[in-house]
Design a protein around this ligand. Structure first.
Ligand code: ISJ
Length: 204
């Protein structure tokens, strides 16, 4: 499987680089280990499941008037991830980078939904689930699973031979089993390879 890198990048908010084309393809010449390929599929499924939950997250905040961003919760999440990554023998810096972009991608979806509901002058949702009691525990259950899958897929991620489908945030919330360009950034920006170079001591 070969990664086709984006042909151009668009600065967004002066911070993130959004790949303008995220087509990824499989090539027989560059076969990757089957176990790693399956782990990559699990990574994609969990990324998509995490992002899909953001619609429910946004609905609870719309109803309660809570802000989209919760920096204390993010910090707690990333601190936990740092510990778990070390336990999984992964680079804590890279895994935190990966999750930071998952969080940003999730907020991108929530901001988009709020903008849509604002323009529709939408009222409250009828059957909101509880953010703390229902949704965050589900998000938390995904964290160790994602780290486990990233750990198995790590050699493929470092090699750049990844195969993940991307779509727009709007397509994602309408039920597509894909991930958004922003969430893919850590798998495509060369950070895994750079981290590997930094953390692996060459044999003399
Ligand atoms: C998902 C939420 O919204 C935002 C995104 C978070 C995440 O992706 O884990 C955490 C906190 C919020 O800044 C949430 O509030 O739980």
């Amino acid at each position: 499987m070969a990664l086709i890198l984006p042909t151009a990048a668009t600065p967004v908010d002066g911070q993130h680089l959004l790949p303008s084309a995220c087509a990824l393809s499989a090539g027989k010449a560059e076969n990757i280990d089957r176990t790693q390929a399956e782990a990559l599929a699990t990574v994609q499924a969990l990324m998509a499941a995490r992002l899909t939950l953001m619609t429910q997250v946004a609905q609870t905040k719309w109803n309660t008037g809570a802000p989209i961003e919760d920096p204390a919760r993010e910090q707690q999440l990333l601190d936990d991830i740092r510990l778990r990554a070390a336990q999984a023998n992964l680079s804590p810096d890279w895994v935190v980078h990966f999750f930071r972009l998952q969080v940003e991608a999730g907020k991108e979806i929530q901001y988009m939904l709020f903008a849509q509901w604002d323009s529709e002058e939408r009222g409250k949702f009828d059957h909101p689930v509880d953010l703390r009691a229902d949704i965050r525990p589900r998000l938390d259950q995904m964290t160790p699973k994602l780290i486990g899958a990233l750990s198995v897929a790590w050699p493929a991620i470092v090699s750049g031979k990844v195969h993940l489908k991307s779509c727009s945030p709007r397509a994602l919330i309408s039920g597509a089993g894909c991930v958004t360009p922003l969430s893919l950034v850590p798998l495509m920006d060369g950070s895994a390879r750079a981290d590997q170079r930094r953390t692996v001591t060459p044999i003399p």
